[in-house]
Design a protein around this ligand. Structure first.
Ligand SMILES: [Zn+2]
Length: 299
């Protein structure tokens, strides 16, 4: 009954397509000033997990694979994090959601959002049951949704109904904004989806009502799609967002050959500085609302 009430209340909040979490005390360990944020691309081997610390709380995009869940737990513990206000899973593949059950069992998670593709992977079911035990709502998320966490805002560009059949292509694609700066995250979506978004933008122009694409801003920070696979992060995508920095999250010596040479060439040709978790471990960017400033992580 209580669980149902929690789901219902959360659903009510969700369907306003706007979640506002008011300011409260600064994150432990590191104070983030109003108007600023810290982006931490955590090295979880072959997978994704990005922590965004705002002036009023924490947001996590993906929780890495099962095999790295203790590593992720240690990293979050070392950062002094007890609560994750917003947790997004870009999709239900194990290298993104595998650490989700650990997260929900060990941290105070506010709510979980992911595309409702109806794909019940083992990792998804583990995460879902851990969320139910913890009384954390698991809510659908799609194009047009918006969130705010202190000075950090999130605009969801994809997936758009009807969702693509391919689970990678139904990944959440989000622009995270702090002041005048933006970062783009695209999960494992492929270039066909990237091009669809770009053409919708071109066709719709001012089209908030046409799916929330409207103006696509320059993004100083771009997380390369699908761990640097050649099937994502197409030239048009890079040209549209013109990133100063591109982050590739992949495992050292991974069997997929990520990142692929074609993506490295495309990013370099566009003048982006490439940062790789397989080579440097955790990658931090401080954002003061005007630019992204790279910092050295703790490895
Ligand atoms: Zn992946």
């Amino acid at each position: 009954m209580l669980l149902a009430a929690v789901f219902f209340a959360a659903a009510l909040i969700h369907y306003t397509f706007f979640v506002y979490i008011p300011s409260r005390s600064a994150p432990e360990g590191r104070k983030i000033s109003e108007g600023c944020a810290l982006f931490a691309f955590l090295d979880v081997g072959q997978g994704d997990s990005t922590l965004i610390m705002s002036d009023s709380g924490y947001m996590l995009i993906d929780a890495g694979p099962d095999s790295s869940e203790e590593r992720l737990r240690t990293k979050l513990d070392m950062l002094g994090i007890g609560r994750i206000d917003l947790c997004f899973f870009t999709h239900t593949d194990e290298d993104h959601i595998g650490g989700g059950d650990m997260l929900l069992r060990n941290f105070d998670v506010g709510s979980v959002y992911l595309p409702d593709t109806g794909r019940d992977s083992r990792s998804f079911l583990d995460m879902e049951s851990a969320a139910a035990e913890a009384g954390v709502p698991v809510l659908p998320c799609s194009a047009g949704d918006r969130f705010m966490l202190g000075s950090v805002s999130v605009r969801v560009l994809a997936p758009k109904y009807p969702f693509p059949d391919d689970v990678n292509d139904a990944s959440l694609i989000m622009i995270i904004s702090v002041g005048e700066t933006n970062a783009i995250f695209s999960g494992d979506a492929g270039s066909a989806v990237e091009k669809e978004i770009l053409s919708a933008f071109r066709v719709d122009g001012d089209g908030e009502a046409d799916g929330g694409y409207s103006l696509l801003p320059r993004c100083g920070l771009l997380k390369a799609g699908h761990h640097g696979s050649s099937t994502s992060t197409c030239a048009e995508w890079i040209e549209t967002f013109r990133p100063d920095y591109a982050v590739i999250s992949c495992g050292r010596g991974n069997s997929f050959g990520h990142p692929h040479a074609e993506v490295m060439v495309r990013l370099k040709a566009a003048g982006a500085e490439i940062c790789r978790t397989d080579l440097t471990g955790d990658i931090y960017f401080f954002c003061d609302g005007k630019s992204f400033i790279p910092e050295t992580g703790d490895g």
